[in-house]
Ligand binder design. Structure first.
Ligand code: IMP
Length: 429
């Protein structure tokens, strides 16, 4: 039995959802440990497409317990509508648990998110406007509302009375918009509280028990390494830690409790929102990736910026996350491209480097150095084993693995569950 974390090694949208779904089949417990409904995990099951923003994709596997752990931020209204939607589609949500220690995205957080973005003008981050940043800011300022408070009317009223004066001053005087009252908020959230209350658990105890009992535990990361609050391209980042370390931090386990980390890397690179992106392709290749890869945000519908695979980024992410192996996703999107480019180094102020500099302004000055690979002219969608892939695709996969210094354990060639090529571990060391 083991614990595995799945994390994004780029800017998010790497296709984590499908691997979470695949690994969830063998899991007793699937845990989201950071972020909130800014995520968008798409899982395709036959003719059905499920888009998850908050609930772990493990909910599709009957009998699996799914937990929104301490490190997440939860918008009660979104949680209830996702539960309702899943139930309406015949998915049993009885296994869903919510940690009492998770923080709550309050109605005023989403308003603040929109207002803060507007006020930043040309320096806007391009957030999902779901209230993620303001909710984490209140958590750090120790005026956040936790799920424990949400489900107890007196506690909620007390905490809101502490938080609202500050919030209302900003809303009224800085953003010149409507303010909130304790009663309004309690009234608004009441129907959701009824639905959520039975799901609330001591998340830390639940995860610790599972590990102590040798259960199979899967940690479902959302977003990606380079929008990590500390290790991403600050300030163009999210307000949580979408890296493997947070799988322990956000749940209450210790750092040695993780047995494996599966990094997810798309066979090219995408980014939503603003910020540096050295390998961005502004030409027809970029457009082709966007169209063939349906690169439009699951949460916001925004077109994603597209570019070539950047091995400096993914190698840096492999180290940040101690990734034991990588899954390379959406390889089929590169079908029919004659020359496939890969970033192998950056030229920064006249010097060659092979990692992502932690100063984002230095990163923005990085000029990518490319190596070109011949593409494959046939569709990959039917491949199920390595032997089914053309030589050019195999060469590309091998080059990527060497450059990022991690074995590739799986490759996806289409959105369906079975469009996955699992790579057997080689016995040679
Ligand atoms: P926030 O997480 O809504 O505060 O947005 C901060 C930045 O993270 C913005 O650039 C968003 O586009 C980006 N972001 C947030 N969630 C995701 C995700 O799941 N995938 C990709 N980008 C994301």
């Amino acid at each position: 039995m083991s614990t595995t974390a799945i994390v994004g090694t780029q800017w998010g949208d790497e296709g984590k959802g499908r691997f979470c779904d695949l690994l969830a089949e063998e899991s007793d417990l699937v845990v989201r440990f950071q972020g909130g409904n800014n995520a968008g995990h798409t899982v395709v099951v036959g003719d059905e497409v499920f888009k998850f923003h908050l609930i772990p994709s493990g909910i599709l596997r009957p009998g699996t317990t799914c937990l929104l752990a301490d490190g997440t931020v939860i918008d009660p209204r979104v949680l209830c509508s996702e539960v309702e939607e899943l139930e309406a589609r015949g998915i049993d949500t009885a296994g869903l648990k919510v940690s009492g220690s998770a923080h709550v995205i309050m109605p005023y957080h989403t308003v603040m998110d929109r207002m803060e973005e507007r006020a930043k003008g040309e320096y806007a981050i391009g957030t999902t406007t779901r209230g993620i940043g303001p909710a984490y800011a209140d958590k750090a300022a120790r005026i956040g509302i936790r799920v424990w408070d949400l489900i107890d009317r007196d506690r909620l009223a007390r905490q809101l009375a502490l938080a609202l004066p500050r919030v209302n001053v900003l809303l009224e005087h800085l953003y010149e918009t409507e303010t909130f009252t304790v009663d309004d908020i309690i009234g608004q959230l009441e129907p959701c509280v009824k639905i959520i209350k039975p799901m609330v658990a001591d998340g830390r105890a639940l995860v610790m028990d599972a590990v102590a009992n040798d259960a199979e535990v899967l940690f479902e990361g959302a977003q990606g390494t380079f929008i990590d609050l500390d290790h991403g391209t600050y300030p163009f980042v999210t307000s949580s830690h979408p890296i493997a370390g947070a799988a322990t931090l956000g749940t209450g386990l210790g750092p040695l409790d993780l047995d494996a980390v599966l990094g997810i890397a798309k066979a090219y690179t995408t980014r939503v929102g603003a910020g540096p992106f050295p390998s961005e392709a502004f030409d027809e290749d970029g457009d082709r990736m966007r169209e063939a890869g349906a690169e439009f945000g699951t949460t916001t519908g925004r077109p994603r910026r597209c570019g070539w695979f950047d091995s400096c980024m993914v190698r840096t992410a492999v180290r940040i996350n101690s990734a034991s192996s990588l899954a390379l996703t959406k390889l089929d999107v590169l079908d029919g491209i004659e020359t496939i480019r890969v970033v192998t180094a950056y030229e920064l102020d006249g010097e060659l480097i092979d990692y992502v500099p932690s100063d984002p302004e230095a990163f923005a000055r990085c000029v990518p150095v490319y190596e070109d690979f011949p593409g494959w002219m046939e569709p990959l969608e039917e491949a199920r084993e390595l032997d089914d892939l053309p030589e050019e695709a195999l060469n590309y996969i091998e080059a990527v693995s060497t450059l990022v210094e991690a074995p590739i354990s799986a490759i996806s060639v289409g959105p369906e569950r079975e469009q996955t090529v699992w790579v057997e571990e080689s016995d040679e060391e």
